[in-house]
Design a protein around this ligand. Structure first.
Ligand SMILES: Nc1ncnc2c1ncn2[C@@H]1O[C@H](COP(=O)(O)OP(=O)(O)OP(=O)(O)O)[C@@H](O)[C@H]1O
Length: 252
């Protein structure tokens, strides 16, 4: 129901009508090289507002899948539709703009700026996306919005005010990375094994905080992992080998 409502109301800069945030149709992509790796996905959808866990063993193509979904690479065949836009129709520069407008990405290694403050790190996407900057500004002064988001994700106010990003624990870095993905309410949150360095309790607490924020923003979340025990936190679990064929070797 929430998905349908979100689809009908829509948001600034976004096509309305489809209940899906992302759809793949007959997609095929090959990494070039002496031992080319090909990922073929006949059919995949991510609904608006859905929290989806994509499972697969190491080397099965999970990061390749996310690179396709976020338009970092474009398919050799087939179509990827994101929020009503055919990604292959955009130029490389337009895809980069589209990504920062509509995606919040939490990388496996977090990719934080060590010499920036936590607030600097959280505000980074707003330098590249006017839509997200305007949405964040609607909630107050940007530094305050970033600090509130960090606090909601479980970083102590004293730590926000004083600790250098380079000195944060892994769990704290993960929360800064999540706040950076969520600020300005992008429609799709992508996370590439962001909990792999955490213990079980911290992992569950982090996912609950992340989902509280993504749900209140109406965002879809897709997270890739090889850890099946995370399934209970998600609306749906998809195994990559059930939706994709991965092959290695010379192209036909
Ligand atoms: N940037 C790249 N350039 C060339 N080939 C690549 C690149 N990234 C991935 N590949 C190829 O795709 C295969 C699948 O890698 P991918 O990172 O998508 O798997 P994964 O399931 O995310 O693995 P892991 O869980 O270990 O991160 C690799 O074995 C490699 O052959």
């Amino acid at each position: 129901m929430t998905d349908l409502l979100t689809a009908e109301v829509g948001r600034q800069g976004e096509s309305v009508g489809s209940p899906d945030a992302v759809s793949f149709a007959n997609v095929e992509y090959t990494w070039p090289g002496s031992s080319p790796f090909t990922l073929a996905i006949a059919d995949f959808t991510l609904a608006r507002g859905e929290k989806l866990l994509l499972l697969g063993p190491s080397g099965s193509g999970k990061s390749t899948f996310l690179s396709l979904l976020a338009g970092i690479v474009v398919p050799d065949k087939g179509e990827i539709d994101v929020l009503g836009t055919d990604m292959a129709q955009l130029s490389g520069a337009a895809r980069d703009r589209f990504r920062v407008e509509h995606f919040g990405i939490i990388f496996q290694m977090f990719n934080l700026l060590p010499y920036g403050t936590q607030i600097d790190n959280v505000l980074l996407p707003l330098h590249f996306s006017r839509t997200r900057r305007d949405r964040a500004r609607a909630e107050g002064a940007l530094d305050d919005v970033a600090a509130r988001l960090l606090a909601k994700l479980g970083i102590d106010k004293a730590v926000i005010a004083t600790a250098r990003t380079a000195n944060l624990s892994v769990g704290q870095q993960q929360r800064v990375a999540a706040a950076r993905a969520l600020i300005g309410s992008p429609q799709i949150i992508v996370a590439d094994e962001p909990t792999s360095a955490l213990d079980r309790n911290t992992e569950g607490a982090f996912l609950n905080l992340l989902f509280a924020q993504s749900t209140s923003a109406g965002a879809s979340v897709i997270m890739v992992s090889h850890d099946e025990s995370l399934a209970r936190y998600f609306d749906r679990v998809v195994r990559l080998d059930e939706i994709a064929a991965a092959t290695r070797g010379a192209l036909s």
